[in-house]
Design a protein around this ligand. Sequence first.
Ligand SMILES: [Zn+2]
Length: 283
Amino acid sequence: MLQRPPPLPVLIPTALLAFLAACAPQGGGGDGFDDPVDVSAADDATPLDGSSGDARVDVAPDAAAVDPGPPGRREPPRFAFPIDPPDRSRIHPGLFFGVDHDPADGDAIDCLAYDGRRFPFCYDGHEGSDFVLDGGFRTMDDGSARVVAAAGGRVVEAVDGNYDRCSGDLQMFEPTCDGHPIRSNKVVIEHAHGWRSRYLHLMQGSVTVQIGEQVDCGALLGLVGSSGRSYTPHLHFEVLDPTSESVDPFAGEVSGETSLWAEQRADDFLPGAACDPAWGPAR
Ligand SMILES: [Zn+2]
């Protein structure tokens, strides 16, 4: 059964509460913590999109290069939590920003999370799940947290070299990268049957995989950072279905009954670390 995570107010850092309070009335920006989904061609023209200018890769079906997956299995992968188990305690258990299920294009706080909660558990137009580094830049400077593949697959996009200390301007609902381009370091993995997972905002110089590389579930991809449209170090994890539509991996009263996590809630309220043995080796 689903459990609700701990109430946000007792866990949310004071600085971020200030940010949320400051940005809430601003609205208008349409997005808050990071890149909007950027899988369409139109997004490439968006100047503040973290992917603009990145070396994008055509991920057209390539049956010869992608493992077709277990015989007869056509359903989506079931994902492991994309943080290395020894580092999961570095991820804030209550500070979570999920996929927005409210189709209204309103201000930044006009959103609906998978479990029916609204801002700040989501924000308008958000198409991924944000897992926030507890302690922010201090924790990032102390080694951060390792981002790992949530299921096995092939790396179809790997971007590094972008500034990774972007932060929030409390007066404007826009991040600043201190004059550097607002571009995200990221990895995209294609799984069987055309499903993909995206990992955004990685630390500069931390990406450990290359395009074309086959990775198992649990393989190291990089470190949590704050590159691109990011206000504080966090991982934006996003699932795309074979039609390139973003899908919420969490099951809930709004998002439906099917969870794409192998274990949606572990004891610490974050998704479980176990890999689905059908999609990646156990760890
Ligand atoms: Zn995000």
